[in-house]
Design a protein around this ligand. Structure first.
Ligand SMILES: [Ca+2]
Ligand SMILES: [Ca+2]
Ligand SMILES: [Ca+2]
Ligand SMILES: [Ca+2]
Length: 452
């Protein structure tokens, strides 16, 4: 049992990354050395592999899954969302691809087109909400994604269905003056029961690679209020700036639960950026951006801070992040210690490259959320990676009341280069299933939750 326990390292110090020069040295030595030296090199390599396997063996299985692949023809599966598109009570799947947006009908997963080629590529983000009041969801799509173009505004549309399910959807433009439109969510930011559309670009205007993307204007995080007049008229939508002080804001998530209220104002929005983890809160009618965690700042002139964020409940409220930006660490933040302002940072996994998706869900129905993590890239030994675990989907569950010990489960090792994932009970059996979309693998998979 002890061997199955995979306990988190309580540290904020990343693993040393100097293995490149070491492995290059031993490779050259191996090439020119005598037979005995080659033999000892082979022995050494075997041992290294053995250690890696031992580590994998320490992963546990606390939830069983059955995989179903429902698409293999994606260009770049930028985003995946579950929403009941046709109003039959069953959650369908929406996928944002480079040039098109499609939905898959539950339970046949028959693929239907929403829009193709009528936006500036790439399409990148999506959310669902009822804009016209007919109780069926419309979609809001972010497009024109060119991550290094900090001069040209991206695109934001809302999409309304046609008269029947095979007719193309209408596109209606929304106000958008921000370059690098990247993430959009429907969030009720003023507590009136109606969601606003909040979008977070990656960059503000005029930032450059040479300045490590922090030499221009900060990102403007914007809420669009649903108009009472005709929503097809762009001028009827009102913009409200929620924050303009952060750089390289990669993702955001509403932190709405009453359980967070002692520490985060209500409603609050967690945002990850080069500066770390912030929460945007409304205090006495004014939006404020407050630091709650610094993220990984080991390389001040390269990728830093944090890139993904989600909130969850494990008996206490927690946030999870990927650090640094597009990084190699899965991090849990626990509420601040008494007298402290910042949340307590805990690295729970460093055996990954380019973490790119997070989700919290109670997968085993014990009242506590598990953390689901999507990894986009395979390990790159030339860049110093010493782990052998591949891209895919992993789970982590908290083992104690303080959230300091976590156990890992590998759900997918290699089959999906996860660009995005989400979780929902797709078949209504009371168990939450996982849906992942892949970039380099161009595929989309459901992992059906079959219980413990
Ligand atoms: Ca449906
Ligand atoms: Ca509607
Ligand atoms: Ca659970
Ligand atoms: Ca299910």
């Amino acid at each position: 049992m002890q061997a199955l326990l995979w306990v988190a390292l309580v540290t904020s110090v990343p693993l040393p990354r100097e293995t490149l020069s070491m492995s290059r040295t031993s490779f050259i030595a191996g090439l020119f050395a005598a037979g005995a030296l080659i033999c000892s090199t082979i022995l050494l390599l075997t041992q290294v592999t053995g250690i890696a396997n031992d580590k994998q063996d320490k992963d546990s299985v606390f939830c069983r899954f059955e995989m179903q692949e429902f698409d293999r023809g994606l260009k770049i599966g930028y985003a995946v969302l579950t929403v009941d598109i046709d109003g039959d009570g069953k959650l369908d799947i929406v996928v944002v691809d480079q040039h098109e947006v499609v939905w898959y009908e539950n339970p046949s997963w028959h693929k239907r087109l929403i829009v193709r080629g009528r936006t500036r590529p790439d399409n990148v983000c999506i959310t669902a909400l009822d804009i016209d009041g007919d109780r069926l969801p419309e979609l809001v799509l972010g497009a024109g994604w060119r991550p290094t173009d900090t001069a040209t505004a991206g695109q934001l549309f809302w999409l309304r269905r046609g008269k029947n399910r095979d007719e193309a959807w209408e596109l209606h433009e929304l106000p958008c003056d921000e370059p690098t439109v990247h993430r959009v969510r429907a969030i009720d930011i003023n507590g009136d029961g109606k969601p606003e559309i909040v979008h977070v670009p990656l960059h503000g205007r005029d930032n450059t690679a040479r300045g490590n993307w922090t030499d221009g204007r900060p990102v403007r995080i914007i809420a669009l209020h649903l108009p009472t007049a005709d929503p097809t008229r762009k001028e009827n939508w009102r913009e409200e700036v929620l924050s303009q002080q952060l750089y390289v804001t990669h993702n955001f998530w509403p932190v709405y639960s009453e359980r967070f209220r002692p520490w985060i104002g209500f409603p609050g929005i967690a945002v990850t950026s080069y500066e770390g983890v912030h929460v945007i809160e409304n205090q006495q009618g004014r939006w404020q951006t407050r630091l709650i965690g610094r993220g990984n700042q080991d390389q001040p002139h390269a990728s830093r801070g944090a890139s993904e964020v989600k909130s969850g409940w494990i008996g206490l409220p927690v946030l999870a992040t990927i650090e640094p930006w597009h990084g190699h660490q899965v991090v849990i933040y626990r509420p601040p210690a008494p007298g402290e302002r910042l949340w307590q940072r805990l690295v729970i996994d460093e055996e990954l490259r380019w973490g790119h998706a997070l989700w919290f869900a109670d997968l085993d129905n014990d009242g506590k959320d598990e953390l689901i993590v999507g990894v986009r890239d395979d390990p790159n030994p030339k860049a110093g990676d010493r782990h052998t675990l591949r891209r895919g989907v992993r789970l982590y569950r908290s083992l104690d009341a303080t959230g300091k010990q976590w156990q890992r489960q590998i759900v997918e090792n290699g089959g999906v280069a996860v660009e995005d994932l989400c979780a929902a009970d797709l078949d209504g059996d009371g168990r939450i299933d996982i849906i992942a979309v892949g970039r380099q693998t161009g595929n989309a998979r459901i992992y059906w939750n079959r219980g413990r």
